[in-house]
Design a protein around this ligand. Structure first.
Ligand code: NSS
Length: 432
């Protein structure tokens, strides 16, 4: 036999009568006497397989009949047209071999969320999870390609640090020989150090936040795409952000359209995402919220309900700029036109989704930064190296951080952010 081994998604497009070999895992199984009906899956798709007694050696027929769901198998046979089968083809087996037999699979239909999380190492084989991971890979590839084309250099910041970038309340502390260090909350400070030689840098790395609240948009470990660029202000940074986000969405639409359709049905709203994104100030957002009946006053940070209300009727993402100083961290630059606020912007995804990016221009004035660090009771010693960046040839610069899982949650229309990462870490879970 002249066998062609191909991924299932390719194999299914071969003409009827082709002799093929398929490898994969048994996704569904049913038998009626002398015929076994299987659905086989691999990383690319699924195919219907029928194994009929008499068409192959008895021992191989019995192996197919007895193989449990999730066994890995190799099937040889011929393709036939079958309109009802997924992809319109059926593979009729002439040879069948189990490579790895499976015990009864612990996940069946209608399992509780908790069980699925306990069995996460097995549940990631599901079609939904597989689709989400493919979308995520496309999103990251789209980002990296856009960044390379636009001359940003990828760098590798440390994950162990002595600095709190985003405030003391969400720090994971650990013993580092004779002292205490933290898991990185953000690579920003290290990226800032790197612009003095490379000018335009980014990193894609985990960030860690000891978030105690159980929300559907917080993980304790998430993948953070962070960018820092010399010579640009926060307005120019917003232009970078809208182009980058658009490139990420476009890549997902190009490479994983089928997965997106499977996950969210309507991809129209994703196709509508293109620059320019909308821009409103924090003060305008507060006015809108008050008009909508929210009991929020100027100076309060925006929470999930407020972000939802601001973007509910928007088709493109929305930048909210100029937050009051009391809402944001010490490193942001005061806005020259409105000194009560920082030159900063959060980017909210449309249709009520909420924040996907936080960014700002950075303070470069040493005395202002010292005053703020002291005000916030942060230990100056640990920040000496960061303050040096203001002492030796400081330049205007801006940067931002984008939560990859937030973007994936938005694109795939997921209810909970934990489904945007294969092994979610949350306040209640670090296993498996
Ligand atoms: O806290 S941020 O708003 N900003 C920073 O960390 C800056 N230091 C980034 C920078 O300028 N280099 O976080 C940035 C984004 C935020 O918009 C979310 O999309 C995401 O990081 N983020 C999270 N995703 C998932 N889970 C949690 N807990 C989380 N926290 C932030």
């Amino acid at each position: 036999m002249n066998m062609t081994f191909l991924p299932i998604s390719k194999l299914i497009h071969l003409p009827s009568d082709s002799e093929v070999e398929a490898r994969g895992w048994i996704y569904r199984a049913r038998s009626s006497g002398a015929i076994v009906f299987l659905v086989l899956r691999d990383s690319s798709g699924i195919i219907q397989v029928t194994v009929k007694k008499g068409n192959l050696p008895d021992l191989e027929f019995e192996a197919a009949r007895d193989a449990a769901v999730e066994s890995s198998v190799v099937v040889q046979g011929r393709l036939f047209e079958d309109k009802r089968a997924p992809g319109g083809k059926e593979l009729r087996a002439s040879a069948f071999k189990v490579l790895g037999s499976a015990q009864p699979f612990p996940i069946t239909e209608y399992q509780s969320e908790e069980l699925l999380l306990d069995q996460r190492h097995l549940w990631i084989r599901s079609r939904e999870q597989t689709a989400v991971m493919k979308v995520k890979a496309a999103v990251m590839a789209g980002a990296r390609d856009w960044l390379r084309e636009n001359e940003f250099i990828e760098v590798t910041p440390p994950m162990l640090t002595q600095n709190a970038c985003e405030g003391g309340t969400t720090l994971f502390k650990l013993n580092y020989f004779d002292r205490e260090v933290f898991l990185s909350q953000s690579s920003q400070m290290y990226l800032e150090a790197l612009i003095f030689s490379l000018e335009r840098v980014y990193s894609l790395a985990p960030s860690f936040r000891a978030e105690k609240s159980r929300t559907s948009r917080h993980l304790t470990e998430f993948w953070h795409l962070e960018l820092e660029a010399a010579w640009i202000d926060y307005r120019k940074s917003m232009e970078v952000q809208e182009q980058l986000v658009t490139a990420m969405v476009q890549r997902a639409l190009r490479d994983t359209r089928e997965e997106l359709v499977h996950l969210r049905k309507d991809i129209g709203p994703l196709e509508a995402i293109a620059p320019p994104f909308k821009r409103i100030t924090y003060s305008q957002a507060i006015e809108k919220l008050q008009a909508l009946g929210h009991g929020i006053t100027w100076g309060c940070d925006l929470g999930a309900p407020e972000e939802r209300a601001i973007t509910a009727d928007e088709a493109v993402p929305v930048f909210v700029t100029n937050f009051p100083k009391e809402c944001k961290p010490f490193y942001m630059k005061e806005d020259q036109e409105d000194p009560r606020t920082y030159a900063c912007a959060d980017l909210l995804a449309p249709a009520g989704f909420g924040e996907i990016i936080g960014g700002s221009e950075r303070e470069v004035d040493l005395s202002k930064m010292l005053a703020r660090l002291e005000e916030q009771g942060l230990c100056l010693e640990a920040y000496e190296w960061y303050l040096d960046l203001r002492r030796y040839g400081s330049v205007p610069h801006s940067g931002f951080g984008l939560g990859i899982e937030r973007v994936v949650k938005f694109l795939c229309d997921l209810e909970h952010i934990r489904d945007a990462i294969p092994f979610p870490r949350t306040v209640s879970r670090a296993y498996p």
